[in-house]
Unconditional design. Structure first.
Lengths: 226, 465
């Protein structure tokens, strides 16, 4: 079955070209021209990936990301003006998993969507359990427990945590994480990793400012403490 | 930009120095005049005082000697012995053609001849002079009633010492006054120049991009005028920069939407290129190429605009330079077609650098080498004197001396522009290289590659993470 993409974009022509391009790639595309419409469509059509233009009239893309995140772990790819530093970071903080810059290359957009969809799948690792103190990670079941409670992670956060946990004790550079979790090459935006680590820490660390599990190794990257 | 504080400081020091100097000079003048006048009057008074005392004492002593000599069986020596002379005082007596002295060290020879002659002639007199290196005052009194001449020599050593102390005190006071005046001048200068310092600090902070900097008008109406004028200027500047930034943002948004549609549509058509008739294919190729060029120019212009507006902060992160170069080269060519030579440091130690900017720099340099220089033939990197050097060599015709700085200007197309690929080159790529590097505290220069071709040398500060 074709994966379903919800494209939220107020410019009719861009929406049309996105539909053309993604249908060409074999996706099922549904369109929304505002955050409000997007929320309605999201509830009824259960898309696999949401594409959000940050510059929306009315409720903007940041608000939409936050609204979606409240109830869903769906991969969100934001569309931003190129190198608009502030927007990229703010969008990631609002819950986006990844971004493409406008004007985008269709192939790049398709690659981002493919990478998001790949993250959505559970990893095949048998009945592996990775335990770090109070943190209990079950990659095959897609479940993370903190003590007795299940932690709600997005798919990207989950993949990132698994990547770190499966290499516990090893330092993974931002570039390595970008490549393994997001399928970026070396020149991917490392702020994507940093933003996700920050978000992940608020969920799996007792004190996110004093992380016990995911520690920063200055100048090198991140490491899962064994 | 970082050099702006220097002239401001220099200016402050100059003016402050002049104020301090003027105060010190006035202090010195006043102190000298007061000291000179005080010294003159004080020493004249003290000396006269001492002379009067000496004369009075001499007359008392002379009277005593006269009374002694008037006695029947008294010799001049007895008379002298009867005197109770304080230390430093000596007496010489001439009696009946003979000289007598109160001490061994003293004789009539101690007296100046003129004084001796005149007193012997019957004239009372006193005179100051030096004997055996000692200042003295001698008072000569004729005592005709007993046919004697009485001379009393009093040492003025103590007076000299007193005068010396007075002079030393005055000198000390003069020096203190001068220094005090200099300090006062320094303080006044600093106080008066404080607004200048504040203005220059504010200007520097504004130049560094903090447009919210304002001066506090304070309570002094003279300074408030300066502060208000300055603040009004910054307000106007800020409004203008914000208007420009808004305009750039609007332009960029308005341009991006159609370019997005255009580029994506063209890209899709290209994937179906084979289905089109030959002439349509040619038209499509033109369309795709021009859309790409248009897109590049717009992006580069917007990038330059962002650099000019200073809205794009540096985002340094730890980067292993060797790895970044390898990735940049392989990304471009798929494999290593050019030789890469890396110094020991650059392939292991990380440095703090804005990775995306450096990547833009390298991409533009490689792009340029490919369009105009026959492709990159070698990339080398090394660390030297706290800086990282990246050298990109191409196999092209090289760049004439005259063009070597001009190629980094915006829209410069070179004297040999005919050779340039018609499809590429907005004339902004190298300008962006220079601007990005300047923002990163680095620089770029072009030289000859030994054996032909151009050599681009990029230099950035090596900051350890």
């Amino acid at each position: 079955m074709a994966s379903r993409i919800l494209a939220v974009e107020d410019d009719t022509r861009i929406r049309a070209v996105i539909r053309l391009a993604l249908e060409e790639e074999g996706y099922d595309v549904i369109e929304a021209d505002s955050a409000e419409e997007a929320l309605e469509l999201f509830a009824t059509s259960d898309p696999d990936v949401v594409l959000v233009d940050l510059m929306l009239p009315g409720r903007n893309g940041f608000d939409l990301c936050r609204d979606l995140r409240r109830s869903s772990d769906v991969p969100i790819i934001m569309v931003t003006a190129r190198n608009d530093t502030h927007d990229v970071v703010a969008g990631l903080e609002a819950g986006a998993d990844d971004y493409v810059v406008k004007p985008f290359v269709v192939k790049e957009l398709a690659a981002r969507i493919r990478s998001s969809l790949r993250r959505s799948r559970r990893t095949e690792g048998g009945n592996e359990r990775l335990v770090f103190g109070d943190l209990d990670i079950r990659p095959d079941a897609g479940v993370v427990l903190m003590g007795e409670n299940e932690v709600s992670l997005t798919k990207t956060e989950f993949r990132l945590l698994c990547e770190l946990a499966q290499h516990a004790g090893m330092v993974l550079s931002r570039e390595q994480l970008l490549e393994r979790v997001w399928n970026y090459d070396y020149f991917g935006d490392t702020r994507v990793v940093d933003a996700h680590i920050r978000r992940l820490r608020t969920k799996v660390e007792r004190d996110p400012s004093e992380p016990e599990h995911i520690v920063t190794v200055r100048g090198l990257g991140y490491r899962m403490q064994t | 930009m970082t050099e702006t504080p220097a002239p401001a400081r220099g200016f402050g020091r100059g003016l402050r120095f002049r104020v301090t100097f003027a105060f010190a000079l006035s202090g010195l003048l006043v102190a000298t005049v007061i000291a000179a006048v005080t010294d003159t009057f004080a020493s004249r008074y003290v000396v006269r005082q001492r002379e009067d005392t000496a004369t009075q004492q001499a007359y008392l002593d002379a009277r005593l000697v006269r009374d002694e000599l008037a006695g029947s069986d008294r010799t001049p020596s007895d008379a002298l012995g009867a005197l109770e002379l304080p230390s430093g005082t000596d007496v010489v007596l001439f009696h009946e053609g003979q000289w007598f002295a109160s001490g061994l060290a003293t004789s009539e020879e101690s007296l100046p001849i003129e004084l001796r002659e005149r007193v012997l002639a019957g004239e009372p007199l006193h005179q100051r002079f030096r004997t055996r290196g000692e200042p003295v005052i001698a008072t000569g009194i004729p005592i005709p009633s007993v046919d004697a001449r009485f001379f009393e020599i009093v040492s003025l050593e103590e007076l000299e010492r007193t005068l010396g102390i007075i002079r030393a005190t005055l000198l000390g006071a003069a020096i203190t006054t001068t220094l005090g005046a200099a300090l006062l001048g320094l303080w006044v200068g600093r106080r008066v120049l404080r607004p200048v310092g504040e203005v220059s600090r504010a200007a520097v902070s504004i130049a560094e991009g903090d447009l919210d900097t304002r001066l506090d008008p304070g309570s002094d109406p003279d300074l408030a005028q300066l502060a208000n004028a300055f603040n009004a200027m910054v307000d106007a500047l800020q409004a203008r920069i914000e208007r420009d930034a808004r305009f750039a943002a609007d332009v960029s948004h308005e341009l991006r939407s159609p370019i997005t549609t255009l580029a994506a549509s063209a890209e899709m058509m290209q994937s179906r290129r084979a289905d089109l008739p030959e002439r349509s294919q040619m038209a499509l190729d033109l369309l795709v190429e021009e859309v790409r060029r248009f897109q590049d120019v717009v992006e580069e212009l917007l990038e330059l605009g962002r650099i000019d507006a200073g809205v794009e902060p540096l985002e340094p992160e730890p980067v292993v330079l060797g790895e970044l170069l390898l990735q940049a080269v392989t990304r471009r060519h798929g494999e290593l077609s050019s030789s890469i030579e890396l110094g020991m440091d650059v392939s292991t130690a990380p440095l703090l650098v804005d990775k995306r900017r450096l990547q833009r720099v390298l991409a533009n340099l490689f792009e340029n080498a490919e369009s105009h220089g026959g492709g990159v033939v070698a990339v080398t990197a090394r660390r030297e004197d706290g800086r990282a050097y990246i050298v990109v060599d191409d196999a092209g015709p090289g760049i004439p001396d005259a063009d070597r700085t001009k190629v980094f200007e915006r829209f410069y197309r070179g004297s040999a522009s005919g050779r340039r690929g018609s499809a590429s080159g907005s004339g902004l790529g190298l300008a962006l290289v220079a601007e990005h590097l300047a923002a990163m505290g680095g620089s770029v220069a072009i030289t000859d590659r030994p054996g032909g071709g151009a050599r681009v040398v990029v230099e950035i500060p090596w900051r350890a993470p």
